[in-house]
Design a protein around this ligand. Structure first.
Ligand code: SF4
Length: 490
């Protein structure tokens, strides 16, 4: 069956990929159970905080140039829009590119609109966007409210496309539909694949699609040494670059959680090969990734030379860092695949991983042959003790950390990092997802971990004066998964 159905909506990850949000065990156990999909999604009866698919879809829509977003939602759903403008300006300046603004209008659906409908508000918002900014494409982001009242977004977008004369791209990302926020990535890319990407006119054999968030440009300095061009998707991409991603030689990403749907569809529909090696995090994965790119693009000899040169260049620094932080214990909290990447970088520095909490876990991939960093990690490293899946619930992670007391904590998501310091654990916030990639990234990662280690006295002092916002009952009872059901924790 085709991965890309062409229907307006892409199915949620719970159904497509058997994704889960509750698990408590080990990496190897999860790896084994994923083969038979013998774990259900799970849920919890108490949730401390959350995100939603609309938010993750916005990380796709709100980062492309000459486009605009009409959020068909109550105003509260737009609360994080400001962060996209700050983020995209920052990354544009860091990459020495022209900064731009993310144009967003919210239809501000109100109570009476949920009774009488808000179609006219949506039409007017699209007209207003055209009057103010003349975007090349306008996305419509749906919300729980527009979904629950059954607004006919498809008809409105067809009708307004004709009236305004530019493509309208509906993205169906209602928060209530999926417990897995990463469904929003798929929804955003599905809209782009359906309405923006064009069939290839000519193949660009030296062009590599790199699906990534914002972040330091670490890919083009490496790929350019192989005579290859980096096509970052989607942060900073122009409409023309989006339209021609079908012409690239292959697709890769900083983490398959972000790209597994779009990369599988590009391979299926346009023959853009998906790199099946895990992304370039840690020595062995970087070697394998470069060899795969070299093979696909006919540059195997250059790839071998690059691997040898880079390994030699950073050998001394990596050995020095191993002597400083080797043997220390590490705990990671991150989205699904990115946690495995960080664990693999830590391994290159002889840092001992004692556990991961990931925000969800996809038991399957759209294409069974796709890259699977969990499989790659377990197959090459044996196991991950204390592996848990928990969708951003600090009250649970606090209990895990209090029990394990790692030497370091790495947090991929803002807000979780303060927790480490409050517990007296030196903590690294891994906000720039590209920074620890490739051989140089191992050194960057090690140096930051070493610096974090030097804060131990300070954070221990902080911990002595901090009162955690949890009751004694919660902190004293044994099970962090007390409020969960389903998953592997019935
Ligand atoms: S869950 Fe629904 S209501 Fe809440 S922010 Fe997301 S789309 Fe809006």
């Amino acid at each position: 069956m085709s991965i890309f159905t062409g229907s307006p909506e892409v199915d949620v990850r719970e159904r497509r990929l058997h994704s889960i949000i509750v698990y408590n065990g080990t990496g190897r156990d999860l790896y084994e159970k994923a083969k038979s999909c013998s774990i259900n999604c799970g849920d919890r009866s108490f949730s401390q905080c959350a995100s939603c698919s609309e938010n993750t879809a916005m990380t796709i829509m709100a980062r492309t140039r000459d486009t605009a977003v009409v959020m068909h939602s109550p105003i509260g759903c737009c609360s994080s829009v400001i962060t996209y403008n700050i983020g995209i300006r920052g990354v544009a300046l860091a990459r020495k590119q022209e900064p731009f603004e993310v144009f967003t209008i919210c239809t501000n659906i109100q109570e009476k609109d949920t009774i009488f409908g808000a179609a006219e508000k949506l039409r007017e918002a699209l007209r207003e966007m055209e009057r103010r900014h003349h975007p090349r494409y306008t996305y419509i982001a749906t919300s729980c409210a527009s979904g629950i009242i059954g607004e006919d977004i498809e008809s409105i977008s067809d009708e307004m496309e004709e009236e305004l004369g530019h493509p309208i791209v509906p993205v169906y990302c209602e928060g209530f539909k999926s417990k897995i926020w990463s469904t929003g990535f798929d929804a955003g890319y599905h809209g782009i694949l359906r309405k923006i990407v064009k069939p290839p006119r000519k193949k660009q054999e030296d062009l590599i699609n790199v699906f990534a968030f914002e972040g330091t440009d670490t890919f083009s300095p490496v790929l350019s040494r192989l005579g290859l061009r980096t096509n970052y998707m989607v942060a900073l991409a122009s409409p023309q670059e989006l339209e021609t991603i079908s012409e690239a030689a292959c697709s890769t990403s900083i983490c398959e959680t972000l790209s597994l749907y779009v990369a599988s569809v590009l391979e299926e529909q346009y023959g853009v090969l998906e790199i099946k090696s895990p992304p370039p995090f840690g020595l062995d994965w970087t070697d394998a990734w470069l060899r795969t790119i070299g093979k696909i693009t006919g540059r195997e000899k250059q790839a071998e030379e690059l691997i040898a040169a880079e390994r030699e260049k950073y050998r001394g620094e990596i050995e020095d860092l191993r002597s400083k932080i080797g043997g220390k214990t590490l705990y990671v909290t991150a989205g699904d695949a990115f946690g495995h990447n960080l664990a693999n970088v830590a391994k290159s520095l002889d840092v001992r991983l004692i556990g991961i909490t990931s925000l969800h876990h996809d038991l399957q991939t759209d294409n069974p042959e796709s890259v699977n960093s969990m499989d790659a990690y377990v197959e090459s490293n044996g196991d991950i003790p204390n592996f848990s899946v928990c969708n951003l619930q600090p009250y649970m992670v606090v209990k895990i950390l209090k029990k394990l007391r790692p030497d370091f904590l790495i947090c991929r998501h803002n807000g979780m990092n303060a927790m480490g310091s409050k517990l007296g654990i030196p903590t690294l916030f891994e906000g720039d997802a590209n920074y620890s990639s490739f051989y140089k990234g191992i050194v960057n990662f090690g140096k930051r971990l070493y610096e974090a280690l030097l804060t131990r006295k300070l954070v221990e002092n902080v911990a002595r004066h901090v009162e955690l916002p949890y009751t004694d009952w919660w902190l004293e009872q044994d099970d962090p998964f007390y409020f969960t059901f389903g998953g592997n924790n019935p």
